[in-house]
Design a protein around this ligand. Structure first.
Ligand SMILES: [Zn+2]
Length: 353
């Protein structure tokens, strides 16, 4: 299965970063930055440009046999190291043995980058390239390598065979081994501006009203906003979320997963803390939030934030979903009330007007 997004033109901010990167030398790049800025599209765009048989100043041509092989996930000179769950999601083939084990139901697809896949990639680096454009190893998310897999790759990263280049893309570069980080040139992913993001979302079929709200909900990350829209999230529901939490309305979020709820509460808590210190909110429209809490209440909001961080770490445990939702919403109501926060400024009816 190929992802049509790979053959379609990449977003303009990814294209601009590709142009910058292909002009530079370096056998190993670390693409770093917070999630949702397009690590994977940029890594693939750079790998495609390096391997393309007729590259332009903008990157890969998109038409040559090499570009085609990448689009259909069969390029002999490209190794993609990702957790198996990601590989399957993005249509990349697993190794023969791994696929067999999963087909035989001997195990489930791994959520880590497996050591045998890394060993295979190390061996791939020693081989002669097939298309005369060198070879590329793409690792994403690089922080999903554990100490053993990272060490397995390190030696090759230190002294790569002449024609192999590496792209490590990481959403949490601080979790990488310092020895791995120090072998790479670093590129920090750029934040797209609001206008470019809105244009891109509109080109992907999002009405302007949804685009603006979901872009806010995603903290200004268009790929994430699109993903939220595709998962059925709605900008109007997002706008009403702070009011529902202030009222302790657990029914409002009864269909949300615990992870989705914790994420939304962390964003709400972030914005309430920001407003308490006089900064603008990031994820919600100020009119959908209560008036700023007094600065003296920041400590209480801080403890709520710590609680939410802790919950986020254990959110995948098989808790009773209904009880967990009630507990989270109850804690939100209490934290907001303790901070002296009343209902949001804009009445719900005003949203419909
Ligand atoms: Zn090409």
């Amino acid at each position: 299965m190929s992802d049509p997004a790979d053959v379609a033109p990449v977003a303009p901010w990814i294209a601009a970063q590709t142009r910058t990167l292909i002009r530079q030398r370096g056998h190993a790049w670390l693409l770093q930055g917070p999630a949702g800025l397009g690590h994977y599209p940029l890594a693939l765009s750079l790998a495609s440009a390096w391997l393309c048989e007729a590259p332009t100043a903008d990157g890969a041509c998109g038409h040559c046999p090499s570009c085609h092989s990448i689009a259909v996930r069969t390029h002999a000179d490209l190794r993609v190291l990702m957790p198996e769950t990601h590989l399957l999601e993005l249509g990349w083939p697993l190794g023969e043995k791994a696929q067999q084990e999963i087909d035989d139901k001997a195990r489930k697809p791994s959520r880590e980058i497996r050591v045998d896949a890394v060993c295979e990639a190390v061996e791939f680096c020693q081989r002669t390239n097939a298309r005369n454009r060198g070879k590329v190893v793409l690792v994403f998310p690089a922080e999903d390598m554990n100490r053993i897999t990272a060490n397995a790759l390190l030696k090759t990263l230190e002294e790569p065979p002449g024609d192999t280049r590496f792209i490590l893309a990481s959403q949490a570069a601080h979790r990488l081994l310092p020895t791995v980080r120090s072998r790479c040139m670093v590129h920090t992913l750029a934040w797209p501006d609001a206008q470019a993001s809105a244009t891109w979302l509109s080109a992907h079929g999002l009405p302007a009203s949804q685009a603006a709200g979901l872009l806010r909900a995603s903290g200004g990350r268009p790929a994430l906003a699109l993903q939220m829209a595709q998962a059925g999230q709605d900008a109007a529901v997002w706008a009403r979320f702070p009011r529902a939490m202030a009222a302790g309305d657990a029914l409002f979020v009864k269909d949300w997963s615990a992870a989705q709820l914790v994420d939304a509460l962390q964003k709400l808590c972030h914005d309430l803390c920001a407003m308490a210190v006089g900064a603008p909110p990031r994820y919600f429209d100020p009119a959908d939030l209560p008036a700023a809490a007094p600065l003296a209440e920041l400590r209480g909001l801080g403890s709520w934030d710590r609680e939410l961080r802790h919950t986020r770490q254990v959110v995948d445990h098989p808790w009773n979903a209904g009880l967990m939702t009630e507990a989270l919403v109850g804690a939100a109501k209490m934290a907001m009330r303790a901070a002296g926060l009343g209902p949001p400024q804009r009445a719900p009816a005003a949203r419909l007007a």
